[in-house]
Design a protein around this ligand. Structure first.
Ligand SMILES: *Cc1c(COP(=O)(O)O)cnc(C)c1O
Length: 297
């Protein structure tokens, strides 16, 4: 979708990749579908377990329901209620516990040791390849693309997209955007090895969590294929959410608004036709009402 409001602000052709329109409201169905469709018959019978900040669990539950296999989803105590309800409504078993995403992952790994297949939210080749289909679609729909902004947490999304784009055209500039509070991948790149950060409160709840100290794929893929990373503030995310609603009629969740925030704040300047990946729409309604009240007061 072309954005005239952002194009005018940035003096460039700016378009939006609407992963908000996916079933379950985020791009996570891409990786979940690719992973679950590759399971053997025996693995299907044993079921799957996912650890999630909400959207990945919901996507796994959705695909599992369609394939007729059982899904268990482990989440921390900080996952918003709207996301928990959605996971339960899809028939998955939900295990809520732990102060952080990393704590929920410990539970998931225990269940996996008992025979279920762990469907990791980002550090898995099938998940990365699934998210990478966004890159293939961009090459088809917008071959003139020069700059792409992608929300960055564990890095499965940007790693898949960057792999697809760079193989076709290494000059496309791929920029990862995280929130200031708890940008685990960006700090890991700085340290030149995976580091753990304390989990902080943020509007971009889907970007919370570490990259895993034993990270297998995404750390090196992001290091080797992503051109730049930037951080945006909570205020900038808030403003970007309100901007998307006001000018484009789009409801985004905080994590999905970071690319728009990077453009509006001038932290990233497009150098030609640009696309922003809008990764999801699953914001809690009360959070949205609160933000809009703040923005208009
Ligand atoms: C999972 C998620 C992200 C981040 O994806 P990673 O692969 O962990 O980098 C961004 N936005 C939304 C809405 C998400 O659900």
């Amino acid at each position: 979708m072309s954005s005239s409001a952002l194009s005018a602000r940035c003096s460039a052709d700016v378009r939006l990749k609407l992963e908000t329109l996916q079933p379950t409201g985020s791009f996570k169905v891409r990786g979940a579908a690719n992973k679950l469709l590759r399971l053997t018959e025996v693995e299907r019978q044993r079921g799957v377990v996912a650890v999630s900040t909400g959207n990945h669990g919901r996507a796994v539950a959705y695909i599992a329901q369609r394939l007729g296999l059982t899904a268990t989803v482990c989440v921390s105590e900080h996952v918003p209620a709207n996301k928990l309800t959605a996971i339960r409504d899809l028939g998955a078993r939900l295990i809520v516990g732990g102060e952080s995403q990393d704590a929920a992952e410990v539970t998931a790994r225990e269940l996996a040791a008992g025979g279920m297949t762990l469907v990791h939210p980002f550090d898995d080749a099938a998940i990365i390849a699934g998210q990478g289909t966004i890159g293939l679609e961009l090459l088809e729909d917008m071959p003139e693309l020069t700059t792409l902004l992608v929300p960055l947490s564990g890095g499965g999304l940007i790693a898949g997209i960057a792999l697809a784009l760079k193989r076709a055209n290494p000059s496309i500039r791929v920029v990862g955007v995280s929130m200031e509070a708890g940008a685990a991948m960006i700090e890991s790149l700085r340290a030149d090895k995976p580091v753990a950060l304390a989990e902080a409160r943020t509007l971009a709840d889907s970007l919370q969590g570490g990259i895993g100290l034993d990270n297998r794929f995404t750390f090196s893929l992001v290091r080797d294929f992503v051109d730049e990373t930037v951080k945006v503030s909570e205020g900038e995310i808030n403003h970007a959410l309100a901007f998307a609603l006001k000018h484009e009629g789009l409801v985004l969740e905080g994590a999905a608004a970071v690319g728009v925030a990077a453009l509006l704040s001038g932290r990233v300047t497009p150098d030609g036709p640009t696309t922003v990946v809008l990764s999801g729409r699953n914001i809690a309604p009360e959070t949205l009402y609160g933000l809009l009240a703040e923005e208009t007061s």
